[in-house]
Design a protein around this ligand. Sequence first.
Ligand code: SF4
Ligand code: SF4
Length: 427
Amino acid sequence: MIKKAFWGLSTPQINYEMLPVHLPETEKIPPPQRITLFHPKNESPAVPSTLGIGDPVKTGEKLSLYPDQNDYVISPVTGKIASLSPYTGDFGKNYIAISITPDGKEVIDDTFQQQRQSPTMALLTEYLAGAPGNPPLSLLADSDSGIHTIIIRGLDPDPTVATSQYIAQSRFSDLKKGIEILKQVTDVRDIILVTAGETVQGYGHIGAQVKSVKPAYPSALPHMVMKDVMGQVVPAGKTCEELGVCFFTAEAVISIGSAFESGQLPTSKTLTFIKKDATQKIIETRIGTPIADILEYFDETVNEFDRIILGGPMTGSAVYALEHPVGPDTDSIIVIDRDKAAYASDYPCINCGECIRICPAKIQVNMLVRFLEANQYEEAADSYDLHSCIECGLCSFVCVSRIPIFQYIKLAKYELERAKTPEAADA
Ligand code: SF4
Ligand code: SF4
């Protein structure tokens, strides 16, 4: 368990913390007064037409805002639609925020229950694409994707986060069932569960190969797993998926397993909650629960300039509204006291070389950052290996000038990707 604040560590050697043999109990957050779900927004038709304010919804009901479109969310509660409003997420992604007021009853929608006897890829994509853990089902369903291997993460990529580790160790039978379903509905050659160190021994008869990685960050990041487990280096600018390998969290697999075992679509998210005093809790809460409700449950006060990070301390991102909801992919929420937060500065690079020494991709980060700061993204990609970056965040972590290198890198990759779209070409 965590003994001291992550941000206070001075050494760049960061080990993953292994959960104890006797796993801690999950804390169950009571159902909130309001749930918010983010449904992808379509440009055409711009106005949602299949759901309206006041419409009743059941727990596990599929909510789709546009007729004849594949996007949907699953209601985690029984209640009424309270509002539908536009929401812009990270990197300009547009959503409709669906707010639901629970009415205190629990009426389960049984549409999936009636169809679950014959698992197919189509059935999975129709009901489980937004399940806890966010299984990448559309990729798997695409016959042109060439996916031949599924890697299940039994270890969280970021240090201090224990969600995948906890689920892989505590939900063995649902994990096994999920693997069985994936084998049944896909043509993948291999399914590999990746965990750390001696925990490998606990997974006999799981129905997948089990491999371990070193318990030190960043060995559980996808590019590192590709290198150490698959023996394959992902070329610059390519993705693991383009090499035929897709990653599932352990939770995504148990969501599939438990849905087919019980007939009910899973609606609760397991996640790691880390308080300001660095205490780590494994919690279970309905998808759509506002962060504020979790803070209140743990009596955690957030003051001005404290930070709330969704995702891990190395690769997560800050949120600024306590009403922000837990999503199907929220694996952790970290609250950091303002005195321990690593704030970015506008100090210049002093060429100390720390970032170069720690970079697992051997990028000349001190040079790369100069181009990124000047918004010269193409030069950064052409001359300084931007696309070789595996997005570990270690350079930002060690930078003595507190330059937000990792954020610059993500922005640069996003801008270069956006420049390829037809809209950008027409502009
Ligand atoms: S985030 Fe930084 S340290 Fe990590 S691979 Fe990219 S450039 Fe290297
Ligand atoms: S760690 Fe920061 S200050 Fe040091 S060389 Fe890298 S970018 Fe420059």
